[in-house]
Design a protein around this ligand. Structure first.
Ligand code: F6P
Length: 534
């Protein structure tokens, strides 16, 4: 189960009782069947969305590009327009999901994207110019430093993010943050209204922009408006804590289609809409304000073919071997890849690893745990504390179990490019994806797509959206340190043939329900909404 020709052959599996296989764990029964399970037996996969004539406008907090500076470049001049494609620095596609997921769609229709550059602008700065990148018209939305604090670090990531992740970290409620959120959402709606052609399809993304559907509909009733939430939608007891619950629910119901990662999220939203606004149920639709709103489940996928292609490149395979060598050619490599976030459960993972070392079930001289923790939201509440805790724990494990020649935990507080990540996936015998709560978790899917050799074991939290599809993973309660210990033990010492069978089944699902399928399903439902005659 080691990386290609990298590790010594595994010793015979220990005769240890194995954990129950993923499919035997049961999930809450939502009133809506998981669509991907239906599809496995009935519907053929949708590989490419059908060609469309309508203008597509994607609205997301961030633009799909980031500014990079080549060596020798200066930082951008104070007075330079950040949207300028000339001058210092250049724009490069951002790593990660959404733009890759939309690639097949972008090829079939004219696409515009409304979003933030990620850097604050002064209120007096000139409006950012639109520019084109890789065939998409990009329309930057200006956000001031004060708005970044109130809208992004505040309401989005100090109120909504923790609340929607089951209040793992205590959400804060501040009127000033709400006002910034409202102001920025209004600006997104206004800019989108100015960009969209008559009758265009508009797809709004994620928790930062939940007011945009309603605000946009008020400005442009001719548009087809879809909204997709990438993170969990919480149980009503949590959502109802929000002082602005009615406004947020109204905001979402401005869409024609409201999409969620799991059927549980969709059910939670239907309950909230009925309770908060008295919306009525019509099958799985909601009736509100004289309109019929489709509420559906669309589990996000990855560009699995791209990951597989990278994983089969000789250079990637060579890099995987090199990584293991750099780690001291251990027998077993465990891997975690996360944004550094309190929802990801990194500290419980470290606690379980420590317990396994203490009990002697894992030998520190032949095992390395690599934790990639991508820097994230440094200024938002809770993130600095999480970083300090994780770093203290990793340091303590290395102090107690490391050797002069090597460390038990290799911790990197750095992002990695996709090629390096795929090499890491190939180098890792065991992948730990153990968030306390996660909308989907695409790292779990990337790991599986990279394991073209069928080696490697995925340990996956029951509370990641991905667990609703990836039932052949070793599923685990991420709050239960002993269950995590048992899962790692099973992954390292369990029946290799069984793990290979599970990996093969996981791979089929990840390739079938990929990013193109996800986007195609959502847009097909959205474009089936009858246009409004104006
Ligand atoms: O998962 C939610 C999400 O907002 C993603 O859309 C995004 O890629 C990630 O978290 C990172 O968020 P941020 O934009 O705050 O860096």
């Amino acid at each position: 189960m080691s990386s290609p020709s990298a590790a010594p052959p595994r010793s015979a599996p220990a005769s240890r009782a194995t954990l129950p296989a993923g499919p035997e764990l049961s999930f809450p029964a939502p009133d809506e069947p998981e669509p991907q399970l239906e599809r496995q037996t009935i519907a053929p996969p949708i590989a490419t969305p059908t060609p469309r004539r309508r203008h597509l406008v994607v609205v997301a907090n961030r633009l799909p590009v980031r500014r990079v500076f080549d060596s020798g470049d200066d930082e951008p001049a104070e007075d330079s327009n950040p949207a300028s494609t000339t001058g210092t620095g250049r724009w490069e596609r951002s790593p990660g999901g959404l733009v890759s997921a939309l690639e097949p769609v972008v090829r079939t229709s004219r696409t515009s994207w409304v979003g933030w550059t990620g850097s604050p602008d002064e209120p007096s700065a000139p409006a950012l110019e639109a520019f084109e990148h890789e065939g998409i018209d990009l329309h930057p939305v200006s956000i001031t430093a004060a708005e970044q604090q109130g809208f992004y670090e505040g309401f989005s990531n100090g109120t909504l993010w923790p609340l929607y992740h089951d209040a793992i970290f205590v959400p804060q409620f501040h009127q000033a943050w709400w006002e910034a959120y409202e102001a920025v959402n209004r600006r997104f709606a206004q800019q989108t209204a100015a960009v969209a052609s008559p009758g265009a399809t508009v797809w709004i993304h994620d928790y930062q922009l939940q007011l945009v559907p309603k605000l946009l509909r008020e400005l442009r009733p001719d548009l087809q408006i879809g909204f997709f939430l990438h993170i969990p939608f919480p149980a009503q007891e949590l959502f109802l804590r929000l002082p602005w619950r009615a406004e947020l629910t109204e905001g979402l119901l401005g869409a024609d289609v409201v999409g969620f990662q799991t059927a549980v999220g969709a059910d939670n939203f239907r309950l909230v809409a009925r309770r908060v606004l008295g919306a009525r149920l019509d099958g799985r639709h909601l009736l509100h304000g004289g309109r019929r709103i489709r509420v559906g489940t669309y589990p996000a996928g990855i560009d699995a073919a791209r990951i597989r292609a990278i994983a089969t490149e000789p250079a990637t395979r060579a890099r995987a071997v090199e990584i293991r060598h750099e780690l001291g050619d251990p027998h077993t490599v465990l891997l975690g890849v996360d944004r550094l976030d309190y929802t990801k459960g990194i500290e419980v993972r470290l606690r379980a690893f420590r317990a396994l070392l203490e009990s002697g079930r894992i030998d520190p001289s032949s095992t390395v745990f690599v934790q990639i923790a991508q820097p994230s939201r440094d200024e938002a509440p809770g993130y600095a504390e999480t970083r300090a805790l994780v770093e203290q724990m990793a340091g303590a494990i290395n102090g107690d179990f490391g050797a002069l020649g090597g460390t038990a935990v290799k911790y990197l507080h750095q992002g990695q490019d996709l090629h390096e990540l795929v090499a890491l996936y190939l180098a890792a015998d065991v992948m730990l994806v153990t968030p306390f709560r996660d909308g989907m978790n695409l790292v779990a899917k990337e790991y599986v797509a990279a394991r073209v050799d069928l080696d490697g074991v995925l340990i996956l939290s029951e509370f990641a959206g991905a667990a609703h599809q990836m039932r052949q993973a070793v599923l685990v309660n991420p709050f239960d340190v002993r269950a995590l210990e048992a899962a790692v033990d099973e992954a390292v010492n369990g029946d290799r043939r069984q793990h290979r069978r599970r990996m093969a089944a996981l791979g089929r699902g990840v390739h079938r329900d990929d990013a193109a399928w996800w986007a195609g399903q959502f847009l097909a439902d959205l474009e089936a909404v009858p246009p409004v005659s104006t």
